[in-house]
Design a protein around this ligand. Structure first.
Ligand code: ATR
Length: 277
């Protein structure tokens, strides 16, 4: 039987992961099967049972998506520093009866920005909107990329401050409120890590933060021109992107971690890209 992998979430019907990993397996000639599993929302403990049953059936690894990233974190035997900081897990590897947990969301985002969009973050001014799970996952890989300055802004400022405090001393990092942005000048990269776009909302970000030569990145994907991306475009920002590249790059990280082979991502990104307009 081929090695078994799966993505677990609820709902899971929309997932692109089986398609992405199927294409990776084909390209790298790896013999594996990758399916989608709808995880149980209740009773408590049912998620962990489902994962353990998958392992008992010979499962080698799983991706984890909403709403199970915290439960996966809790049931892991070992966690990477990235997963620890994110407080969430998006990939698990099952080895010798142990569950090893990772979070590749942030590193996938950095790879997409730096390699695919061609925007190295070193020495740049970076603004991240939001201080929830998505922002937490991105923070450490962002700081590792060496921006000159990184600012986290959130409606609930205390949450942004608490997040900044968890990584204190790793780089020039500041937490602030949206109104403070009015006087902070332009940023080379503005990343929308809020969940606003999922409901068609727009974080109260002033257009003055955008730099025409810079970039605006929307973590959501397949939502076309979200209010955030539209604001950026109207401000003259040259490079605007949604999260399709991040999705494929985090999958490539997991694939490499599981199989020891790095798949090519460009053709898969092209295949999944939904035009913004
Ligand atoms: P996720 O895991 O997607 O990050 P989350 O942990 O629930 O989801 O966090 C949602 C984030 O989006 C928060 O930073 C939230 O801001 P607050 O903490 O101030 O609530 C932010 N958010 C959601 N809707 C928003 C909106 N319309 N404008 C600005 N920020 C918004």
């Amino acid at each position: 039987m081929s090695d078994q992998y799966a993505v677990i979430g609820n709902p899971i019907g929309h997932t692109k992961s089986p398609l992405i990993h199927g294409l990776f397996a084909e390209e790298t000639r790896q013999d594996l099967s990758y399916t989608a599993v709808e995880g149980p929302l209740e009773p408590q403990g049912a998620f962990a049972e489902t994962v353990r049953a998958f392992i008992a059936n010979g499962g080698k690894g799983m991706n984890v998506t909403a709403p199970f990233k915290l439960q996966a974190f809790a049931m892991a035997d070992e966690r990477s520093e990235r997963a620890e900081l994110a407080g969430a897990v998006n990939a698990m590897k099952f080895e010798g009866g142990r569950i090893i947990a990772e979070n590749f969301d942030g590193i996938g985002l950095v790879r997409d920005i730096e390699r695919n969009l061609g925007l190295p973050m070193a020495g740049k001014r970076v603004l991240m909107l939001g201080a929830g799970g998505a922002a937490r996952g991105a923070l450490l890989p962002f700081l590792a990329a060496g921006p000159a300055e990184m600012v986290i802004v959130n409606r609930d400022v205390e949450k942004a401050k608490a997040l900044a405090a968890t990584v204190g001393g790793r780089g020039a990092l500041l937490a602030c409120a949206y109104r403070d942005l009015e006087t902070m000048g332009r940023f080379d990269l503005v990343v929308n890590a809020t969940s606003a776009s999922l409901t068609g909302g727009l974080p109260p970000v002033p257009p003055s933060v955008f730099s025409p030569e810079g970039a605006a990145y929307e973590l959501a994907y397949g939502k076309r021109l979200t209010p955030f991306l539209r604001l950026a475009r109207n401000a003259g920002v040259r490079t605007i992107a949604d999260g399709v590249g991040m999705l494929v790059e985090q999958a490539a990280e997991a694939f490499d971690w599981w199989r020891g082979v790095r798949p090519e991502t460009r053709t898969v990104i092209n295949r999944l890209t939904v035009p913004l307009d």
